[in-house]
Design a protein around this ligand. Structure first.
Ligand code: SF4
Ligand code: MG
Length: 333
């Protein structure tokens, strides 16, 4: 296919110690995720913490192997991490993490760290590397004199610009951003978001933007996928999914964003927050779902296009396959 990235039925479990007896249980962090991404496209991946967003990002990059499923990057099956084939692909896929201070080494200058991927992948002569580093630093809005500085002497926004410069220095085809603005001051979040949009548009790379910030995701994404307990429950255009969601969980998530002039009622979720170690049967959302039916407790809903408008959603009620058990629990805001 012409897709840049294709992930099919990814599953990943971890062993986790639980309780004071230290019993280990298997936790299914990602449970059958399929997604695709084209060149020039930004896919926003949203959901609460623990829903499997970050694990999905690592599986997509091949940093971790999936237990089940497969990832194809630009027509090539993702090689095992650590192999030379993987290293060759890896320079075409880069990652921007949440906390720039953690992502950077305090002992090294910004210039040296931005150059790192070129060194690792042995790209260019040292003169060419210097030139590329200067160019990419200018692209992200850093000054030439920042190259000689250390991370501690830069502001949070400048540090994240340096992390982005390092990710882009190899001209990647895919950029994976995991909560790239959530560790930044609110005042500079918009600047970094606009920078990412601008860079993505100019380079035509594909971008996977993982975040719990629905407003940022709506602004930056061409397509949005909502995750709940390791699965994608709804997927579509940002304006559709984030303004008029079809899945009851997405409805609750969206209704929680305050904004002026909003008239829609706020959906209050009942029950415990999602816990991958204790995954409910059937639709994993059923203990918290205001419209759950008996079917929801036993049958896993499949993510598929809705007949009426083609929206991809995994919900028995949204597909009209089960009548809502009772009226949604609503509270006027
Ligand atoms: Fe709610 Fe049932 Fe839809 Fe799950 S399948 S979101 S429990 S209505
Ligand atoms: Mg995370």
């Amino acid at each position: 296919t012409a897709e840049l990235l294709e992930a099919r039925d990814l599953a990943r479990s971890y062993m986790m110690h639980r309780g004071f007896l230290g019993r280990t249980t298997q936790v299914r962090a990602v449970d059958g995720v399929s997604l695709s991404l084209s060149r020039g496209e930004t896919l926003g991946l949203v959901g609460e913490s623990g829903c499997g967003k970050s694990t999905t990002a690592r599986l997509v990059l091949g940093i971790e192997p999936p237990d089940e499923g497969a990832v194809t990057f630009d027509g090539t099956a993702m090689p095992r991490s650590g192999t030379s084939n993987w290293a060759a692909l890896r320079r075409r896929m880069q990652m921007v993490y949440q906390d720039p201070l953690q992502a950077l080494d305090k002992r090294l200058t910004i210039g040296a760290q931005v150059a790192e991927p070129l060194d690792i992948h042995r790209i260019g002569t040292s003169a060419e590397r210097r030139e590329r580093v200067a160019a990419v630093m200018a692209e992200v809005g850093l000054q030439p004199h920042h190259a000689a500085r250390h991370p501690q002497s830069l502001s949070g926004g400048q540090r994240q610009r340096a992390v982005i410069a390092r990710a882009l220095v190899t001209n990647p085809d895919l950029l994976v951003c995991d909560e790239p603005i959530s560790a930044l001051d609110v005042s500079i979040q918009a600047l970094v978001l606009n920078l990412l949009m601008d860079l993505q548009e100019r380079s035509g790379m594909g971008m996977l933007f993982v975040s719990h910030d629905l407003r940022a995701v709506r602004q930056i994404s061409h397509r949005v996928a909502v995750m709940y307990l390791g699965r994608i429950v709804e997927e579509g255009e940002p304006d559709a999914v984030l303004q008029d969601p079809a899945h009851p969980y997405a409805q609750a998530l969206v209704s929680a964003i305050p904004h002026p002039g909003k008239t829609a009622a706020r959906v209050i979720l009942q029950g415990d927050p999602p816990n991958p170690a204790n995954r409910p049967s059937g639709c994993a959302f059923h203990p918290r779902c205001p419209v759950a039916t008996a079917t929801c407790r036993t049958e896993v809903p499949v993510l598929k296009p809705r007949r009426s408008d083609g929206r991809r959603v995994a919900c028995h009620v949204a597909h009209g396959e089960a009548a809502p058990a009772r009226a949604p629990t609503m509270l006027e805001t």
